[in-house]
Design a protein around this ligand. Structure first.
Ligand SMILES: Nc1ncnc2c1ncn2[C@@H]1O[C@H](COP(=O)(O)OP(=O)(O)OP(=O)(O)O)[C@@H](O)[C@H]1O
Length: 357
């Protein structure tokens, strides 16, 4: 997904100035993005920000109030004109799998292939079941499968009619964390191997980052930033993106120069120049991986919270009422609650925002 600057036949999907919603009101406004063939994009944001609403408009279930949606250069949604969902060549995978309980797995996958000869259909279904590693369960019924297996069947069914684009609406949210992670990587590989473009809707940032090439972060119906995961984390466009994406918190500071800030954590240098004047009050984003243990450091904040997570431990440190921050250390660095620990900031990607009054 990327910023749309001009109409182009090169994009698989183009969303230009889209506004849509319910009962004549728009709940998403001025949405612009574009997706290249084979890319996986993501709509990421908190509950109620409008992710599913955009997906419904892309699928053709929701008319749009303004703007346009183009698929392979053809306008599929315009105000007052909505191409029917079944004519869009768009596949969908939902959160609740939505498999037909009375049909076998093979019949579920082949459901949309009514125009095919029986033998060709069986061959195609078996090929797709192989892609999702379920060929041995072709004659089972959905209730005999685990949640993760059912979701793979749903993906195979969506792939069967060879859609131009697949929409995935929170497809892993009913699964446990470990399975979610594995399945999101599996699905990415399957889509990439077949060169199929997709848009994933999720509120789970890890899932978005693991699976998608580019991500749009949404808030209250508008896109805050569309970018590759690395940039969302290291170059957030605003405070909302900085807080929503990844862990971390803000500590107060004073700008000494375009790339230098003084704070209770010492002088912080970064690789990014800001336009503010010397003396400007700012808040600096400190990520847990910006803090390193350094026995030589004079900065010795106190441990006020400690969360053991196996290979690493997340510490919350207190300097003063204004300055608390988190740090992630490998778990062999084991500090006690209340202990003063020598640390220093090592933040190449200096992210700071001018403090609002
Ligand atoms: N059918 C509907 N009729 C009226 N308003 C709706 C309808 N569906 C959603 N909304 C409203 O539109 C806004 C966006 O909802 P949407 O479902 O798109 O959010 P979302 O980001 O997908 O949230 P979630 O992650 O909780 O699914 C919300 O304020 C919601 O209450």
């Amino acid at each position: 997904m990327t910023e749309k600057t001009s109409p182009s036949a090169d994009w698989l999907l183009e969303v230009n100035n889209l506004s849509c919603g319910y009962g004549g009101e728009s709940v998403v406004q001025d949405i612009n993005f574009a997706l290249s063939q084979g890319d996986i994009g993501c709509l990421l944001g908190p509950s109620g920000c409008g992710k599913s609403t955009i997906l419904r408009a892309l699928a053709g279930f929701l008319p749009i109030n303004s703007g346009e949606i183009r698929l392979q250069a053809q306008a599929i949604s315009l105000p007052g004109r909505t191409l029917a969902p079944e004519k869009r060549k768009i596949g969908m995978v939902f959160q609740d799998y939505a498999l037909f309980p009375h049909l076998t797995i093979a019949d579920n996958v082949g459901f949309g292939l009514h125009k095919m000869e029986k033998a060709d259909k069986r061959q195609k279904v078996m090929e797709l079941l192989k892609v999702v590693h379920l060929q041995d369960l072709a004659d089972s019924y959905p209730h005999e499968l685990s949640g993760g297996q059912q979701q793979r069947v749903a993906l195979a069914r969506a792939l069967a009619p060879e859609p131009t684009l697949i929409l995935l609406d929170e497809p892993f949210s009913n699964l446990d964390a470990d399975l979610r992670r594995r399945l999101s990587l599996d699905v990415r590989e399957i889509l990439k191997n077949r060169g199929i473009s997709a848009i994933l809707v999720t509120h789970d940032q890890q899932e978005a980052f693991a699976m998608c090439d580019q991500v749009a972060v949404l808030r209250d119906g508008s896109i805050q930033q569309w970018d590759v995961p690395y940039n969302l984390y290291h170059e957030p466009a605003n405070r909302f993106v900085a807080s929503f994406v990844g862990q971390g918190g803000f500590v107060p500071g004073i700008a000494l120069g375009p790339d230098t800030i003084e704070s209770e954590l010492g002088i912080i240098h970064g690789n990014r120049a800001y336009k503010w004047e010397k003396g400007t009050l700012v808040d600096v984003l400190i990520r847990p991986d910006d803090i390193v243990y350094d026995p030589e450091s004079e900065l010795r904040p106190k441990v006020v919270e400690k969360t053991f997570a196996g290979t690493s431990t997340l510490y919350r440190f207190h300097c003063s009422n204004d300055t608390e921050f988190e740090a992630l250390f490998r778990s062999h660095l084991d500090f006690h609650m209340g202990e003063n620990v020598p640390v220093r900031v090592e933040a190449d990607h200096l992210i700071a925002f001018e403090r609002s009054a």
